[in-house]
Design a binder for this molecule. Structure first.
Ligand code: 9Z3
Length: 357
């Protein structure tokens, strides 16, 4: 497989040629109301994106490309942001993990396994009573208490995407709503977003037929939306955190630096696919005197991106002990790295808001 000469769309061209999801208007009016309520109550709001995006191969979709993400990072982080007093817009892949219910995922910890039918005093089960297994009660009580209190406070707003096209349209529209909060908004882009897609104009209408030998698909590059997100959609006001995923650990820091240099946002969190649950690196710029309005920073020379002791960037590693037993969050209270990631971001966001004053 090669990745040479993909067609490159600018964000503007992308949105001019690819159709919005049919529920966009409705979804966004929900976000608008949510943001207005949080603004009135003076809360900071974070948009958390979570889970993988699909790339359909046909208009009547039978086949699609997907990726590994279960949405653990996003769902877990959303809980810690809520605990820290943020309101959360949780934009996630349909059926991926969600805050609170993630503790009882059907595949790792099915809730039916710890419910019991209580027989009545005379030995029958009429009327039937259902109770939670004794050793699960404390954990469930904690999760349920947090869930109910977020529900009562109405500080969690959930929305879903499936395709990379849904994701891009939603991201732009939600960002344009959230930017009214200015510096009080944070964007935590943990979704695993496809780099390639098949434009609608190149898609087969019906199921691709077999019988003609091997299948060749040429995909176009998904536009890099971080630059317009920083400069146009948030007008430089939002605290934007992106994630950089690599499978070659050597590439993490240079790639994260290159992303910061190119897009000019606040933090890139680098994570290696196999180490992501116990090790991440925060890459940010060392504080520099602000440039005069309208002046764009010069792109950095290549060696600065690779330099182990860079004068421009600073790296902060967050590590937790490597779990030794199977990390089942409901039965085995292991430390979650998202707790430290979110604590560090909350601190940095606060300082950033202070500095802007
Ligand atoms: C991440 O790197 C997330 O941390 C993971 C979380 C997807 C690894 P899980 O859902 O995994 O907990 O299983 N997200 C960003 C991945 C991504 O698409 N990054 C793009 C890139 O690396 C840039 S925005 O180029």
């Amino acid at each position: 497989m090669t990745t040479s000469d993909p067609t490159s769309f600018s964000a503007e061209e992308y949105f001019a040629t690819q159709p919005p999801p049919p529920t966009l208007e409705h979804d966004i009016s929900g976000v608008r109301d949510f943001v207005a309520r949080q603004a009135k109550e003076g809360r900071k709001v974070v948009l958390v994106t979570s889970g993988g995006t699909t790339v359909p191969l046909e208009l009547n979709v039978v086949r699609f490309l997907d990726n590994f993400s279960a949405g653990t990072r996003g769902a877990t982080s959303a809980e810690y942001f809520l605990k820290a007093g943020y309101a959360v817009i949780f934009m996630h892949r349909q059926f991926s993990l969600q805050p609170y219910s993630r503790h009882y995922s059907h595949s790792t910890n099915p809730f039916l396994d710890f419910l019991e039918i209580e027989p009545s005093a005379d030995g029958t089960i009429s009327p039937p009573a259902i109770c939670v297994t004794r050793n699960m009660r404390q954990d469930l009580l904690e999760v349920l208490t947090a869930y109910k209190s977020v529900h009562a406070a109405e500080t969690l707003h959930t929305m879903t995407f499936v395709t990379v096209n849904d994701y891009l349209w939603l991201l732009r529209a939600v960002t344009q709503e959230l930017c009214v909060l200015g510096k009080k908004s944070m964007y935590y882009l943990a979704a695993a977003v496809s780099d390639f897609f098949l434009p609608r104009q190149k898609m087969s209408e019906h199921k691709i037929q077999s019988g003609k030998g091997s299948l060749h698909i040429e995909m176009d590059q998904v536009p890099k939306i971080l630059k317009p997100m920083v400069v146009e959609w948030t007008k430089g006001e939002g605290f934007i955190v992106s994630f950089k995923l690599e499978t070659d650990g050597q590439l993490l820091v240079p790639k994260a630096r290159a992303a910061l240099d190119r897009y000019g946002h606040q933090v890139v969190i680098g994570n290696d696919l196999h180490r992501r649950k116990f090790e991440v690196v925060f890459v940010s710029r060392k504080s520099l005197p602000p440039l005069p309005p309208g002046v764009e920073p010069e792109p950095l020379p290549e060696q600065e991106l690779e330099d182990p002791i860079s004068t421009t960037f600073v790296e902060t590693w967050i590590r937790i002990p490597v779990p030794t037993s199977s990390p089942n969050p409901a039965t085995n209270q292991v430390k979650e790295i998202e707790e430290d990631i979110v604590a560090e971001l909350v601190r940095r966001h606060e300082r950033w808001v202070e500095e802007a004053r």
